[in-house]
Design a protein around this ligand. Structure first.
Ligand SMILES: [Zn+2]
Ligand SMILES: [Zn+2]
Length: 291
């Protein structure tokens, strides 16, 4: 069974296991062999799970040790929906190809080698200092800034933990991503044109023109799953509309709410002709409703 990639958290696995037990238990008419296979799979999973260090949120990163600290930009959707994230980190160091590891600019200025007085040879042997050249490069290689080595970039893929908040520090143990240092990434949630994360909820901010509420049966709103239509009468209450469990995915199989925080939009300068028509409409409505 290779279902692990479909699960977002350990809680999901537990939940899946419980559901399967209900279905497959021989007492409930399930197949005994399937049930035993399920138990074996779960036991193996638990064994392996304990040995894999976990990506988690930590209070403070350590100030010493072999670790790397950086910022991880995430969109509101990535935080709310979880899933996989590709990250570029520093991989192994390699010899600088520009200077072949010498750290010097080989097209730059030179200086006579003091060790061999520019001869390149000492006692019939190549000068160890200038390697027989008789001169030395004195400018540092621009590519590696004189180090002779450059850091390579490596792409890793992590599971975004659910329930992240802005400025949380994510600890990624080296064993989890096969690097030689631990990673500490401060979460930076990027501003979104209409979504705002608020604790465990997601707020959708919008302006709804007043005539849409009057003229349309349904009004278009944005959700994490895309565009949706909800009855326009809900926009007459004056309070935000709460779509239960349609917000961010959280740990323990929970989900926050989506809150539609709307403003009824009334234009500032309505043309006189339109004002006359609106007044006319209001008179008809008043008559009809006997206000
Ligand atoms: Zn020399
Ligand atoms: Zn170099």
């Amino acid at each position: 069974m290779n279902l692990l990639n479909n699960f977002k958290s350990f809680e999901d696995i537990k939940h899946y296991f419980r559901e399967q037990v209900k279905k497959l238990h021989p007492d409930k008419g399930g197949n005994k062999e399937d049930f035993l296979n399920l138990l074996e799979w779960y036991q193996n999973y638990l064994k392996n799970y304990k040995t894999i260090p976990k990506i988690k949120v930590v209070k403070n990163p350590p100030l010493k040790g072999n670790c790397f600290f950086s910022i991880l930009d995430l969109t509101v959707e990535e935080v709310a929906l979880g899933g996989k994230k590709k990250i570029q980190i520093f991989g192994e160091e390699k010899v600088c190809p520009k200077c072949n590891g010498t750290g010097k600019n080989q097209n730059g200025k030179i200086q006579v080698c003091n060790f061999c007085q520019g001869k390149g040879i000492i006692d019939n042997l190549n000068c160890p200092y200038c390697k027989g050249e008789g001169y030395l490069y004195i400018e540092n290689c621009k590519e590696c800034k004189g180090k002779g080595k450059i850091k390579t970039l490596k792409e890793i893929v992590i599971d975004i933990p659910l329930g992240l908040k802005n400025r949380d520090i994510l600890f990624i143990p080296k064993e989890a991503v096969n690097t030689d240092y631990d990673l500490y990434l401060e979460i930076n949630i990027l501003p979104h044109p209409y979504f705002i994360l608020d604790g465990t909820n997601l707020i959708y901010k919008c302006n709804i023109p007043f005539w849409e509420v009057i003229l349309k049966k349904e009004i278009s709103v944005k959700t994490l799953e895309g565009e949706e239509y909800i009855p326009s009468e809900l926009f007459t209450q004056g309070t935000p509309i709460v779509l239960k469990e349609r917000g961010p995915f959280l740990e323990n199989n929970k989900r926050g709410n989506l809150i539609i925080d709307f403003n009824l939009y009334v234009p500032k300068d309505i043309p006189l002709e339109a004002m006359k028509l609106i007044s006319k409409a209001v008179k008809i409505i008043e008559k009809d409703q006997r206000i």
